[in-house]
Design a protein around this ligand. Structure first.
Ligand code: ADP
Ligand code: MG
Length: 728
């Protein structure tokens, strides 16, 4: 075995779990220790400042400069008690992950000394030199400045020696350059659209919240094995690698006992998460070997998304202390499952009503059905743009690959709700929707069974599934910022609700009672969604792909083409009507999407070329030389029948030659295709060419994997799947 690979595999296998420093006391004792929570605000701010900042957080009241100064002072005192020396505005630019630029608290005190200082101005706004962040041409190079502005609804937190202030990131010309700004706008648009409908049932509703419960899937790979593969290091996935004889076919990893090194890692990230106020709840082995999942208790969507971003950072850094690297890539390994990030999403009022769950009486059930149906109508109407919102160069390997979500966004309701909707179409519009007990059915009524949430069936092949009190948007990629998907989902729903409420108002103005007006408006929508977006069958089947096309759902599989949905008239009208994105922002973001796509494929293509040329071909040729020497020796020793004696070797020599030249030809063609693509001016057209290049990598890989199958194990330079996936 190649010396490097042999040593690395042995060392990795021998590693033991790293002991974890368990904090003393219960989790609830240290939960939120590193967050400037309300509790701490109360302790570190005077009563008037506290009142004002809470008004700002809860009701969006403006924050005056003197109050901001006092808040900053309180934060500083608290932070310095935790050893903080620096502050940073923490934001989510259109790259993967988050950005931070640290400034120390040090200032001259004007008396020849130094002092720690932090005022309202540096809390509220900063101007990081933002010229190197993706912006899609919004900021011409002569105007390199953007600014970050505090998002007071997401509390500041401490990481190591730094006070992190969650912020939005905006160009000087006003356009959003990040994920958070549009998410906040979409959440607000949804609230504004949903409140009037809620008020038909309850006058007291002032606000509707969006909730997110993310389920983060990830792989762990030993860091030494990772370092031995430049594809993993530079692209986050393996560009080659023959399937291991055993992978996930025995289903023995899913929910299996957590390996001790991994368990230590999990405990460590949980402790860090709890201190940061993140309510982590669930951890388990996933389906693929070395694949795991982490999920918190759901929370307000903007905050929950920040917490997901924080956790991804925490996981990356703590993994290294355990000798692991975390892979968030959607498809790090062929032939086994990839990783998603299910977005469990629901909405609820400030009066405590969950709008996507049945209630106790016919009125609340009607409200539930109204919201439920309108969400589905939004998914149908904005089908293409919802898919575009989860599309990326990396998620492309997972979508439509006969696993997790297919590249068609249909909705799964489960039998109960499907039956309820069908029934609603056949009964008079004033029929009450009741919760049925275990005892029998009352004829004529529309019934939702008791114990509904626990009863919802599961359909793993659906990208958008109803699970009793929420929808699970399963198509989101593991590496994605959830805000991309949520912004579109919230905006689409808001748009649909506005139209729906207007239609109900017209019916009521014409003299219909509320319930009848609502149900009369709902009925044609129900008929339509049952015909189109709702699908209970196998989402992976070829038959469904054809059927979905007939139904008018989006079946596009080409990622650069999917992005076009954002700037098509329908979506652009929706986003601009709600004030979530301007046209300029939509166009700029698509430029960023295409550029990112191109760069990702470009990096993969380069790595593929280098690995093929510098690692794979030399190993194969070396083996071929050994075979030829063997044939030579046989010929000298057995001049009579050497040919029959060396038939196997000759066959191998020929196969190697065929594969080597096949790889060489394909790599050369790929390099030529890149040269040609790079000359294309238009981002979209260039991205389309890179899409073809991405496909060509699969063909190169096939030949490399065949070489791996026949080449002497000792000579193979890269850690193999069986070595990477079963060491933990
Ligand atoms: P699954 O069985 O789908 O894997 P998990 O327990 O792993 O479920 O994750 C479910 C996620 O859904 C959790 O984050 C949970 O808090 C969240 N969740 C539960 N109810 C709601 C809700 N009403 N709105 C949003 N998220 C929810
Ligand atoms: Mg789960």
């Amino acid at each position: 075995m190649s010396k490097l690979r042999f040593d690395v595999v042995q060392d990795a296998f021998k590693k033991k779990a790293v002991p974890v420093d368990l904090p003393s006391g219960k989790i609830s004792d240290f939960f939120g220790e590193l967050v400037f929570t309300r509790d701490k605000m109360r302790r570190y701010l005077d009563a008037e400042t506290f009142r004002k900042i809470i008004d700002c957080v809860d009701n969006g009241a403006p924050l005056d400069r003197p109050t901001a100064d006092k808040v900053a002072e309180g934060m500083k005192t608290w932070a310095m008690e935790h050893g903080v020396t620096h502050i940073t505005h923490w934001f989510q630019p259109l790259t993967e992950g988050t950005a931070e630029k640290h400034d120390s608290l040090m200032e001259y005190d004007g008396q020849g000394g130094m002092i720690e200082s932090f005022d309202g101005r540096s809390l509220v706004q900063q101007e990081p030199d933002a010229s190197s962040f993706p912006n899609g041409g919004i900021r011409a190079t002569f105007e390199a400045r953007g600014y970050t502005a505090w998002d007071p609804t997401s509390p500041v937190f401490i990481q190591h020696d730094t006070l992190c202030i969650p912020t939005v990131f905006i160009a000087y010309t006003g356009e959003a350059l990040d994920y958070k700004t549009p998410l906040k706008k979409a959440i607000k648009a949804l609230s504004d659209a949903a409140v009037p409908l809620c008020r038909l049932f309850d006058e007291n509703v002032k606000r509707v919240y969006s909730y997110l419960g993310w389920e983060q899937e990830y792989f762990l790979v030993d860091e030494d094995l990772y370092a031995a593969r430049q594809d993993l290091m530079l692209t986050g996935r393996t560009l080659m690698g023959h399937a291991s004889s055993k992978n996930q076919q025995l289903d023995d990893h899913y929910f299996g006992a957590i390996p001790s090194r991994v368990a230590a890692f999990m405990r460590d990230i949980e402790i860090a998460g709890y201190k940061l106020g993140i309510p982590l709840k669930t951890r388990h082995n996933e389906v693929a070997p070395n694949q795991f999942e982490l999920a918190p208790i759901y929370g307000e969507a903007n905050l929950a998304n920040d917490q997901n971003q924080i956790m991804m950072n925490v996981m990356n850094s703590i993994a290294r202390q355990h000798g692991f690297v975390v892979l968030f890539h959607e498809k790090p390994f062929e032939s086994i499952n990839g990783s998603g990030k299910h977005n469990n999403w629901s909405i609820g009022t400030d009066t405590g009503t969950m709008l996507l769950a049945p209630g106790k009486d016919p009125d609340s059930n009607l409200r539930f059905v109204a919201f439920f149906v309108n969400v589905l109508a939004a998914v149908q109407k904005y089908n293409s743009v919802l898919k575009a919102s989860i599309a990326s160069a990396t998620n492309a390997h997972r979508l439509g690959a006969n696993e997790a979500p297919p590249a068609i966004i249909s909705a799964f309701l489960g039998k109960t709700m499907t039956d309820v909707l069908h029934k609603l179409l056949t009964v008079p519009s004033d029929t009450p929707i009741v919760i049925a007990g275990k005892k029998g059915h009352s004829l004529g009524l529309v019934e939702i069974p008791e114990l509904f949430i626990d009863n919802t069936d599961r359909n793993r092949t659906s990208p958008f599934a109803f699970t009793g009190n929420r929808f699970e948007f399963r198509a989101v990629g593991a590496s994605a910022n959830c805000a991309g998907a949520l912004t579109t989902l919230c905006a689409a729903t808001a748009d649909q609700l506005l139209d729906f409420k207007a239609a109900v108002d017209r019916e009521m103005a014409a003299g219909k009672a509320r319930n009848i007006a609502i149900m009369d408006t709902l009925k044609p929508i129900i008929a339509s969604i049952l015909d189109v977006v709702c699908f209970e069958g196998n989402g992976y089947s070829e038959a469904w792909r054809k059927e979905a096309g007939r139904r008018g759902l989006d079946t596009e599989t080409n990622v650069p083409r999917m992005f076009k949905a954002f700037t098509e008239q329908k979506a652009a009208d929706m986003f601009t009507r709600l004030g979530v994105f301007s046209r300029k922002e939509l166009e700029a973001r698509n430029e960023v999407r295409w550029e990112t796509y191109i760069k990702k494929v470009q990096i993969e293509a380069r790595v593929m070329g280098r690995m093929a040329t510098n690692h794979i071909l030399p190993a194969a040729l070396e083996y071929q030389t050994r075979l030829l020497k063997n044939i030579d020796l046989l010929r000298n020793t057995f001049p009579e029948n050497w040919e029959s004696l060396s038939a196997t070797q000759t066959g191998l020599v020929k196969r190697i030659s065929t594969l080597v030249s096949d790889i060489t030809v394909k790599v050369e063609a790929m390099v030529e295709a890149r040269k040609k693509a790079n000359k294309i001016e238009d981002d979209y057209e260039r991205a389309l060419s890179y899409h073809d290049i991405a496909e060509s990598l699969t063909a190169i890989r096939k030949s490399i994997d065949r070489l791996e199958e026949i080449t002497d194990n000792d000579l193979w330079p890269l850690p193999k799947y069986r070595e990477i996936l079963f060491i933990n």
